[in-house]
Write a protein that binds this ligand. Structure first.
Ligand code: GLA
Length: 416
């Protein structure tokens, strides 16, 4: 649920020509924030993009302690844990009231957060939680304004491993209230608020992944790493439909240089298995998040997950692209008609190539021809199709057929 509209982003255009012409969100002019650079804690938090599951996309405000325990059980039982999904993240609506000392309590849906953390940890998993710099969360529950240090210490005492910190009412409570007509000052206040919680987490003494959620306002990729941010949302909320997913992919083109070990662009949580996404759309969504070195936070109904959805979420070869230790996010190499070609450099000289049909027609009658030359490759290049598992050889100008919204994802090994 979003109670406030974000700053405007480019209207979605589904033709690749338009897509290619659209540029990534522009860093804003007000980015000269006086933020000190913090020495990176050792060992580095989130050396690869965090993987796990978050309650919001499926449960929204209904999530309970029982659902979180069931999700943890399922992450183990389905093999997701073995595939790398470690964080079990409670999103909004766990919060109760503050007592006379300002200590925040959980609401009735979460009777004992410490016991829940112990349970999740007993499965070899980690527990995440949610708050924000304003007085209220997006769903109207208590947030951390003026209680940052106290809340960070509370999370640490519970054994929390991950915090998603969502702007929400801070816009009204502080930005609009203190600087109604001064956008630059509003942004400074926002950055200072994220810095405050970054410090509070650091001083809590517990390694806690710090996830900034302020919808890409004021180019967080430029200032969030210096605040100890391990990931920052780049866009407004994802929805379980192709328009939303492709729009987010498009908006992330151009941000690759800001990502790296410990600090990642976050195109939002996964919708794989939600809504009416087709199998091709689920595959493309997951593949493109891997190309974008995105956090892989599943958001589906784990106890009722269909086998084909489990197969997508646990495809280890695709996950290996996402988790590649070089940490170089992929980029859009070129677009041709309604087909986009993205590449990602991988450790050891390997390359991932994604060919994505963003259009609503099958690309068949006028097959798309892949230009290896445009990717700096000569061909023939041997590799593996990561969805069929088959060995493939790519040659220059090779025709490729793709169903609507489907993807070819190939890993090319380093030349011998
Ligand atoms: C915002 C965030 C979402 C979710 C909701 C919870 O909309 O962007 O990811 O956390 O708040 O209220």
């Amino acid at each position: 649920m979003r109670l406030y509209a974000p700053l405007s982003f480019a209207v979605l255009a589904l033709t690749a020509f338009t897509a290619a012409a659209q540029t990534a969100p522009k860093p804003s002019a007000s980015n000269a924030h006086p933020v000190k650079t913090r020495a990176t804690a050792s060992p580095i938090i989130a050396p690869t993009p965090p993987m796990g599951w978050n309650s919001w996309n499926f449960f929204a405000g209904k999530v309970t302690d029982k659902d979180i325990r069931a999700a943890a059980d399922q992450i183990v039982a389905t093999g997701m844990k073995d595939a790398g999904y470690i964080y079990v993240n409670i999103d909004d609506t766990w919060e109760g009231q503050r007592d006379a000392d300002g200590v925040l309590h959980t609401n009735d849906k979460f009777p004992d957060m410490k016991a829940l953390a112990d349970y999740v940890h007993s499965k070899g998993l980690k527990l995440g939680i949610y708050s924000g710099p304003g007085s209220k969360t997006c769903a109207g529950f208590a947030a951390s304004l003026d209680h940052e240090v106290q809340d960070a210490q509370l999370y640490a005492s519970w054994g929390i491993d991950y915090l998603k910190y969502d702007l929400c009412s801070f816009r009204k409570d502080v930005m609009a209230a203190k600087a109604p007509d001064d956008k630059a000052e509003q942004m400074r206040l926002m950055v200072a608020a994220y810095d405050k919680m970054g410090n509070a987490l650091k001083e809590s003494g517990r390694p806690i992944v710090y996830s900034l959620c302020q919808y890409g306002w004021d180019a967080p990729w430029e200032w969030a790493p210096a605040l100890g941010g391990n990931l920052w949302r780049t866009t407004d909320d994802v929805k379980a439909n192709w328009m939303s997913i492709y729009d987010i992919v498009n908006q992330n083109a151009g941000l690759a240089k800001y990502a790296g070990p410990g600090h990642w662009n976050d195109p939002d949580m996964l919708e794989v298995g939600n809504g009416r996404l087709t199998l091709a759309e689920n595959r493309s969504h997951f593949s493109m998040w891997a190309m974008l070195a995105a956090p892989l936070l599943a958001g589906n109904d784990l106890p009722n997950m269909k086998p084909e959805i489990k197969a997508i979420l646990t495809n280890k070869a695709v996950i290996a692209i996402d988790q590649d230790k070089l940490g170089r996010e992929g980029t859009r190499a070129y677009a041709d008609g309604e087909v986009e070609v993205w590449t990602r450099r991988l450790a050891g000289g390997a390359t991932a190539i994604a060919v994505l049909n963003v259009g609503s027609d099958r690309v068949a009658s006028h097959p798309f021809h892949l230009s290896l030359a445009k990717l700096g490759l000569k061909g023939p290049d041997k590799g593996k199709d990561l969805w069929t598992g088959q060995e493939v050889t790519l040659t220059d100008n090779q025709p490729i057929e793709l169903a609507s919204h489907d993807i070819l994802l190939v890993r090319i090994d380093a030349p011998k």
